[in-house]
Design a binder for this molecule. Structure first.
Ligand code: ADP
Ligand code: MG
Ligand code: MG
Length: 251
């Protein structure tokens, strides 16, 4: 079943009107894992941010349909409530808010949207505690402030915990492998794999074949100068790793 359809999407930086995305096409079905690769500056993060409705960018053409709805007509909060989740390349700190309160708030917002009763702190604790195992974190992790003083690996694990709690239908993971040692990477990948069901999908941005060996993509896309210029299977990433972008570049 079709989940996301991006057609000829163009976007500029809101402030300078500099074009970044120049006609992106991408189709994601339920249960698929899509990897987007490409040189630094090719527009990968911009694409991810445009999907979640980041205010730094302005759409100048094309369309995005998500679960049959016009995504571009939805506010960022509505997108999140509709099951679109993004992990950021540099997640923000939220001083003074404990991790568990933050997660509880976000989860209740989603439950309200689904017409379900909210969970109080005790019920929520029961719901979230078993999920810590998925990301290999100790229980005291929940009482720390959101991202405050987290190591790189802890931040990534926390992002995946958020994902596990909120249960996204489309998870957008921007360089979740950056700055992780191989053990942390394995944990994070295992957690992502554990969340994959036939109904939800992942769009992950990465520079490295290494991540794709842990999270097997259905398709790999190469982004170049604001467009997806090539789509294929894992062999694209292998060529890339061996020969660099020049081997698959169109220019
Ligand atoms: P990638 O994630 O593929 O490395 P980005 O999408 O982050 O690429 O950036 C694409 C290009 O757009 C880069 O040249 C980057 O400097 C520029 N860019 C993206 N967002 C902004 C912004 N908010 N302000 C200024 N330049 C930006
Ligand atoms: Mg980059
Ligand atoms: Mg980027």
């Amino acid at each position: 079943k079709l989940l996301l359809e991006v057609k000829d999407l163009s976007a500029v930086i809101a402030e300078s009107k500099q074009p970044i995305l120049k006609g992106v096409n991408l189709t994601v079905h339920e249960g698929e894992v899509h990897a987007v690769m490409g040189k630094n500056g090719s527009g990968k993060s911009t694409f991810a941010k445009v999907l979640v409705g980041h205010p730094d960018y302005e759409i100048t053409g094309g369309s995005i349909t998500y679960k049959g709805q016009d995504l571009l007509e939805m506010e960022p909060e509505e997108r999140a409530l509709a099951g679109l989740f993004m992990s950021f390349q540099s997640p923000v700190e939220i001083p003074g808010v404990s991790n568990i309160d933050f997660l509880n708030m976000a989860y209740n917002a989603r439950r309200r949207k689904l017409g379900l009763p909210e969970l109080g702190p005790i019920e929520f604790y029961g719901y979230v505690a078993p999920k810590l195992e998925i990301v290999n974190m100790k229980i005291d992790f929940l009482n720390r402030n959101v991202n405050e003083g987290f190591s790189g690996g802890e931040r990534k694990r926390n992002e995946i915990l958020q994902l596990a709690v909120l249960g996204a239908e489309l998870s957008i993971l921007d360089e979740i492998d950056s700055g992780l040692d191989v053990d942390a990477l394995r944990d994070v990948a295992k957690a992502v794999n554990g969340l994959l069901t036939p109904n939800n999908s992942v769009l992950m941005i990465t520079h490295y074949l290494r991540l794709l060996e842990f999270i097997k993509p259905t398709y790999i896309h190469i982004m170049e100068n604001g467009r997806i210029v090539k789509t294929g299977d894992i062999s694209i990433a292998e060529i890339l790793e061996r020969e660099g972008y020049k081997a698959i570049s169109n220019t």
